[in-house]
Design a protein around this ligand. Sequence first.
Ligand SMILES: C[S@@+](CC[C@H](N)C(=O)[O-])C[C@H]1O[C@@H](n2cnc3c(N)ncnc32)[C@H](O)[C@@H]1O
Length: 273
Amino acid sequence: MKPFLKWAGNKFAIIDRIKAVLPAGNRLIEPFAGSAAVFLNTDFDSAILSDVNEDLMTLYHYLQKDGERFIGYCNTFFAKEMNDSDTYYQFRKMFNSLTDARLRAALFLYFNRHGYNGLCRYNNKGEFNVPFGRYTKPYFPAEEMAQFHRKIQGVTLLKQGFVETMEMAQPGDVIYCDPPYVPLTETANFTSYSSGGFGIKEQQTLAELAKSLSKKGVHVVISNHDTTFTQTAYESAKIVSFQVRRFISCKGDARGQANEMLALFGDEEILAG
Ligand SMILES: C[S@@+](CC[C@H](N)C(=O)[O-])C[C@H]1O[C@@H](n2cnc3c(N)ncnc32)[C@H](O)[C@@H]1O
């Protein structure tokens, strides 16, 4: 099942690799939900999806609650005459001072398909600031949204940081973590590196939480780049490493190989199976 959102770092392309190592369990917890590629392609009895991005979680909330009605409402923003830069920038300005949560959610989806590269970026005042994308005919993901609506019934949706979400785990739960990547090359300034507020401190906290939860019968799988830093941070885990082809230039003309890893924290017997 394809996510309806474009999302940087989404794991749809490597879903089979992840499913191959994800243990079975009572409940799936995704504390870095993003476009929720893993949740959409697995079948746990129950699930918690959470992310620190409030706009994302509000969009999921309306889609969960209102389904077809909300999908129809979002579709009205995909009319041909709305795909021009003046309208885009008017919507962006309006979005940044909006209090109507449902309209904000619909505009967030409009930006995802009409904005540059489907990026989601805010300035330090918290204002959405992605430029217009100039697509000839932005795709409206009606069917993908309808599937998401059906799949998300009964799922707990939370807007919060990963620590609060991971602390909700009970023995028998499976947590899939997909944090912002650590940098591929470990530059001297990694200690001050921070992507959206996620720096070395948060990476270490996540690794420590995974380790301590695994001792309480919770299975934790973390995706990240395979670097010296992650090898050390996840040293108590079983590591599966593989190569992924991805764009490394924003112009899209230079493709490179990057090593991706999955760190499996948990019961040896289950991980071996
Ligand atoms: C690599 S993306 C996840 C992609 C997702 N697995 C998918 O397939 O689309 C990382 C996500 O972590 C979220 N995030 C960043 N910092 C966070 C934090 N401190 N707590 C929870 N979520 C956070 C971002 O908003 C983003 O959606």
